[in-house]
Design a protein around this ligand. Structure first.
Ligand SMILES: C[S@@+](CC[C@H](N)C(=O)[O-])C[C@H]1O[C@@H](n2cnc3c(N)ncnc32)[C@H](O)[C@@H]1O
Length: 289
């Protein structure tokens, strides 16, 4: 059962709170914000949260990302969980960009770490970050303001953004797809394909599926309800199904991977692949939560 008896709950959480987190500073930060006012300002009242998002206690935090606690602790914890170092791993995604983007969309931007790096790497580009959590969006907005960078943060579902078709040159998704049920991941990839211009590029940074498959204890450490389904899948074939061409996955420091795909000139493959997905009988793990 989530919230009980996991390695994270038994060993890592107490270790984090005793040695690695400045709990008083986090409390001060949390208390300095009028969360109700800020989240009301940022959230879209007509946005419907997908089922998996409301019901999954990601990382063991009750109510998942829809809390101030999740938002203020995210960066202090994340700096310790991306070996060999958060900055190195995130920079690898930026270095993997091959297009010269005018418009960039960062899906599930969280506290905006990658969004900010994208804006700094491509200062002329218009950069938009979207996320389902207005709490995370608040932290992202705060970080961008502190860095004096103009970035738009929007409260949107990556699986159905309602943003204009063929309007982005680059779409990124960092540390998202190990947290979504595979059917949702597939929808997110289809939506990304729709949003990209022809020749546009999608880059995904996430856990290395092959490593996770062959190292089960890794999938047990953190309370991620869909990480086993993610590990059992193949981002390459999910990207192919969504219509992407030139799909390629590179292993990064054994534990991470970067997957790249391009929206090809001839996108008839996407239509065929979408139909195949619709007609297929998907195994249980692929059914929407
Ligand atoms: C592990 S965090 C990653 C955040 C950020 N990309 C990073 O690199 O640190 C996962 C984020 O995905 C967001 N999320 C999950 N499902 C989403 C969806 N369908 N649409 C938009 N955001 C989503 C969560 O709110 C959370 O902020």
């Amino acid at each position: 059962m989530p919230g009980q008896n996991t390695l994270f709950e038994r060993f890592l959480a107490p270790f984090f709170s005793t040695f690695l987190l400045d709990e008083q500073a986090l409390r001060r930060l949390k208390e300095s914000v009028d969360w109700q006012q800020e989240t009301e300002r940022l959230q879209r009242s007509d946005l419907e949260y997908p089922n998996y998002y409301r019901t999954s206690p990601f990382h063991g935090i009750k109510d998942g990302y829809l809390t101030a606690d999740a938002a203020v602790t995210y960066d202090p914890i994340t700096q310790y969980v991306l070996p060999p170092g958060e900055a190195i791993v995130r920079q690898a995604l930026i270095d993997a960009v091959q297009v010269s983007p005018q418009r960039i969309l960062d899906l599930a931007c969280g506290t905006g770490s990658i969004t900010l790096m994208l804006k700094q790497a491509f200062p002329q580009a218009e950069v938009i970050g979207i996320d389902l959590s207005p709490y995370m969006l608040f932290m992202a907005e705060r970080k961008a303001k502190q860095a004096n960078q103009q970035i738009q943060f929007l409260h949107l579902d990556a699986a159905r953004t309602e943003l204009a078709e063929a309007s982005f040159d680059l779409i990124t998704a960092a540390l998202l797809l190990h947290e979504t049920p595979p059917a949702v991941s597939q929808s997110i990839l289809h939506e990304s394909y729709r949003l990209l211009k022809t020749g546009g590029e999608m880059l995904i940074l996430d856990g290395n599926q092959q490593t996770l498959r062959s190292t089960p204890w890794l999938t047990e450490i953190f309370e991620e309800p869909y990480i086993k389904a993610y590990a059992d899948g193949s981002l390459d074939s999910w990207m192919g199904r969504a219509g992407f061409g030139r799909v390629q996955t590179s292993t990064l420091w054994w534990i991470h991977q970067i997957t790249r795909g391009v929206k090809p000139l001839d996108d008839s493959a996407a239509v065929v692949n979408q139909e195949t997905v619709n007609q297929e009988h998907l195994p249980d793990a692929f059914q929407p939560a």
